[in-house]
Design a protein around this ligand. Structure first.
Ligand code: CAA
Length: 255
């Protein structure tokens, strides 16, 4: 792969975008490689958590030089919406480890993850308005759901960057750490998650997503009821509850 570094550490997949000369700007070639790796992760029973990161800047957005002369049809190949939705749709927990710039499509990529951990040097934002466009890879949809309509409009309408602490204050990132601790912290989150019951995690993730898409409370609660009861068909549920009663640490097999 030319633009990604991909490794599996134990049960944790780590993808790093690697296009440093363009501050990891996303173009169709980067996204094609990302698609292939995400498909591999989706099909692998052994990968329990995904970390998306970089060696420096997370990603400074979609590639402006590639987009500048696009017409309406050509522009669609730079929104990457389907590819980003595939990451959002992964059944395992996902963590974006954000250092440096996470702008435009870069922030939208981070928003597809369940969690965002940022280095204190991170700068986040939606600068698209300053280019005469708007976010086009889920930013106008996922950001308001995460941080509320008004804060999302503030970021999108003004196009100004915010630092990591402000991002944490408004709920855009979960934790801020020093740059040197970023990957270790993300790995620590991933390691803890990899020890949880995977089917219960998957059910919780699916139920939360389904609930967010279902505005009728009673219908949403029905989904939860069904998914909750369904977990009693797993041996992990028996193991988790027996371990509690026997005062020992549960060992989950994902069954
Ligand atoms: N696309 C293409 N190239 C980019 C890029 C991008 N999004 N961001 C940075 N680069 C390139 C620069 O052109 C420059 O390349 P050259 O050396 O060949 O000129 C190199 O990366 C380094 O960038 P700068 O010299 O600009 O670095 P800086 O430290 O002065 O500034 C920055 C950093 C503030 C991030 C600035 O590069 C910047 O504003 N980048 C654009 C950010 C942006 O507008 N992103 C949104 C893109 S649109 C989008 O993402 C649409 C969508 O929703 C899908």
């Amino acid at each position: 792969m030319e633009f990604l570094i991909y490794e599996i550490i134990g049960q944790i997949a780590v993808i790093k975008i690697n296009r440093p000369k363009a501050l990891n700007a996303l173009n169709p070639l980067v996204i094609k490689e990302l698609d292939a790796v995400i498909k591999e992760i989706e099909e692998s029973p052994d990968v329990k958590v995904l970390i998306l990161g970089s060696n420096n800047h997370f990603a400074a957005g979609a590639d402006i030089k590639g987009m500048v002369d696009c017409d309406v049809e050509e522009a669609k190949s730079f929104s990457f919406s389907n590819s980003l939705q595939n990451i959002h749709g992964l059944r395992i927990p996902t963590i974006a480890a954000i250092d440096g710039y996470a702008l435009g499509g870069g922030l939208e990529l981070a928003l597809t993850c369940d969690f965002r951990i940022a280095s204190s040097a991170a700068k986040l934002g939606f600068p698209e308005i300053n280019l005469g466009i708007m976010p086009g890879a889920g930013g106008t949809i996922r950001a308001p759901r995460l941080i509320g309509e008004s804060k999302a409009k503030e970021l999108i309408f003004f196009g100004e960057m915010i630092d990591a602490n402000e991002a944490q204050r408004i709920g855009l990132v979960n934790q801020v750490v020093e740059k040197e601790q970023l990957m270790d912290t993300a790995m620590e989150w991933a390691r803890k998650l990899s020890e949880k019951a995977p089917i219960a995690l998957k059910a919780a993730k699916e139920t939360i997503e389904a609930g967010l898409e279902e505005p009728r409370l009673r219908e949403a609660l029905k989904i939860e009821d069904q998914n909750w009861a369904g977990l009693f068909a797993t041996s992990d549920q028996k193991e988790g509850m027996r371990a509690f009663i026997e005062k020992r640490k549960a060992v989950y097999l994902g069954k």
